[in-house]
Ligand binder design. Structure first.
Ligand code: SF4
Length: 348
């Protein structure tokens, strides 16, 4: 939650100047399939999504956007490529923010027309640069450097908006490569105080994508860079939100829900800890209060190794113990471990 950036609002969600880092994702069904879109919005809101982005590739999507906007519980960003007229119409259809890609939105005049409409509607614009769509002339000027080209492309578009006295801006500069992404954002943060939207674009399938995104987004957030995040995975948007929120939780930037401390399992473990942890995750996924809960595989190292937990259980042969802040408070048979833990959590 960078404190040095400017504050903008996407709908009612504050971004920048110390606001909590918001987590966003994108709808992955056709925009024209309104019911499916609303269903996906409902699913991501349930796991903590703050803002949703929707592609507007054509006129039919514009009509759908209007209806979706009326029913969405969270602000909507309209994602526009190529056609500036769609951006203007999306603004008129009620979008809370517009994302444009400087690599394909066209001339300065077109960007100014979008800014004019956004200014009238009092909504922000995301200048969203992607490594794969940087203009050839910028790449040439930057001697092929992706990092420099991402930064130059973003800042040139920001300058066009500022010339028109438009300042409700956020910026992204994404590559599919972790190092290029990190270097681009680090450089960008030296040249601008507009809020930054972090993410690795096209980061790949779930497992490698989570690793790439966590390294890039996590490193930047540790550097106090970034105001809102989107994890891009070839996976469900629900997964993207869960991963995004887990990154924030790991960095202490989001204190909400149950943080599970569980051991990696070794030969000392006498129960099916994997199953126990999965059951616990399922049972607690909707709990909002922040608690650190340990689930450890043995009584020998369990309570001691999980001292930082508010409460926890450590399994043993046919049973285990319940402990608070590392102190054992109760011995329990195996079948009562989870229920007793849940009972104690409710009391917090
Ligand atoms: Fe092994 Fe016990 Fe440590 Fe789990 S807590 S890894 S079972 S020693």
């Amino acid at each position: 939650m960078a404190s040095y950036t400017k504050r903008i609002y996407v709908g009612n969600v504050p971004i920048g100047k110390g606001a909590p880092i918001s987590v966003q994702t994108m709808i992955k069904v056709k925009t024209t399939n309104i019911d499916a879109v609303l269903n996906q919005i409902k699913e991501v809101v349930e796991v903590g999504c703050d803002i949703i982005r929707i592609s507007i590739p054509d006129k039919d999507s514009l009509k759908a956007l209007k209806k979706i906007k009326n029913k969405s519980p969270i602000p909507i960003i309209a994602d526009i490529h190529f056609d500036y007229r769609l951006a203007i119409k999306a603004i008129l259809s009620g979008a809370d923010c517009i994302r444009i890609n400087p690599g394909n939105i066209g001339s300065k005049e077109r960007i100014v027309k979008i800014a004019k409409a956004a200014k009238k509607a009092n909504i922000p614009i995301r200048v969203g640069v992607n490594a794969g769509s940087i203009k050839e002339e910028i790449l040439n000027k930057c001697k092929g450097s992706i990092v420099d080209s991402l930064v130059k492309s973003a800042l040139e578009t920001v300058k066009v908006l500022e010339e028109y006295d438009f300042y409700q801006i956020k910026i992204s500069a994404k590559a599919s490569n972790v190092i290029e992404t990190v270097l681009a954002y680090r450089k960008l943060s030296k040249y601008t105080d507009y809020p930054l939207h972090l993410g690795v674009t096209e980061s790949g399938p779930q497992e490698p994508g989570i690793v790439k995104s966590s390294i890039a987004v996590g490193s930047l957030l540790l550097d106090d860079i970034g105001d809102t995040i989107r994890i891009s995975l070839t996976a469900s948007p629900v997964k993207e939100i869960i991963v995004g929120r887990n990154i924030l939780k790991s960095l202490g930037l989001l204190k909400e829900g149950i943080e599970i401390i569980s051991c990696p399992i070794c030969a000392r473990c006498d129960i099916d800890l994997l199953k126990l942890v999965k059951e616990f995750e399922e049972k607690t996924k909707n709990i909002k209060k922040y608690l650190k809960v340990a689930i450890m595989g043995c009584v020998v190292n369990g309570p001691g190794e999980a001292k930082q937990a508010d409460i926890g259980i450590a399994a043993g042969k046919g049973g285990g113990v319940l402990f608070k802040k590392g102190e054992i408070i109760k011995k329990l048979p195996e079948e009562d471990l989870l229920d007793s833990l849940m009972f104690e959590i409710e009391k917090f």
